[in-house]
Design a protein. Sequence first.
Length: 385
Amino acid sequence: MVYLMDQITPPPFIGRLGIQQRVLPAYRAPFFDLLAQSCSGGLSVFAGEPRPDEQIPRIERLEKAQYVSARNRHFLNVNSPFYQCWQFGLIEWLEAWQPDALIVEANPRYPSTPAAVRWMHARNRPVLGWGLGAPPLYGPLAAWRRQARWNFLKSLDGLIAYSQRGAQEYIQSGFPPQRVFVAPNAVAARPLSPPPERPPLRRSANDDRRLTALYVGRLQERKRIDHLLYACAALPPEVQPRLVIVGDGPARAALETLARQVYPQAEFTGARYGNELESYFVAADLFVLPGSGGLAVQQAMSYGLPVIVAQGDGTQNDLVRPQNGWLIPPNDLPALQAVLLQALSAPERLRSMGAESYRIAVQEANIENMAAQFLRALASVRSGV
């Protein structure tokens, strides 16, 4: 059985909880601080530094949870199938914190983690894995890598998947279904205010208002903002949107140069946070995430925006449905152009789709529900150990 979201708050975790992460990105802080409030003995997070070329925004401390810094040693680039990360200090952290349960990244590429699993099991304490899933592996030594992954996964007492697809992948790999849980990946809290009031959208001969398409996130190659620029430029002039690109990153200079050549009306704002960022969500009519990764889509939905999102790790499939947006294949420029044309040519639909996005953000995709699923998974595996 795969556990789904509901609105019943589970009981708190009695005891100390430990969570191991390779790195602690800034967007995870609100979730860990929220989960810490449901742990009677507190929550400690053990995580280290990313590789310099990853450019992951990090934080130095948590407000409610404890943050213990690991000494990460990386071997090869993270995109290599043979990447490894050793985390020094892991057992010392366990001995100092003495967690009653442990959650680790469900990733066999961290050679230090199996020792932590053995340490916990020697004390009859459960260990949960948390990850994207177990997608097919190809390329060099694929059979060996599949076996290494399975050897690691079967040592765990349960698995928490980011998405329904990830959960099914764990089950298909051989993990018992009753010990697989789904906590849809979220970074934003449940909205407490109604969505912004936006005027109705009706295209008429006298209406020359351009709709606003918004992107928020890192400016890097895999986000395919170049595709977004080309797709907007290829649209009929009467539906070309005001395109606002919020964020910064290594690809910014190249993208600004490209925009001047193919879509000069694109606006690059740089990184924005807090109230400044909120104003861009409020002013937008449509949110577009054309490349891989990026959890700003959940923020966009909490502001009542319809979304266009490239398919990725399965998280997007749980968030985006025909009622609130469009899923497109990754790296498919014609598909992005076609969906933009469909969305911008019938603007009267966008408001109702945005209302459905807001409902999903309130009822399903938020860190409160994510924390609730973690607590259910902990309660289940704890009772079975």
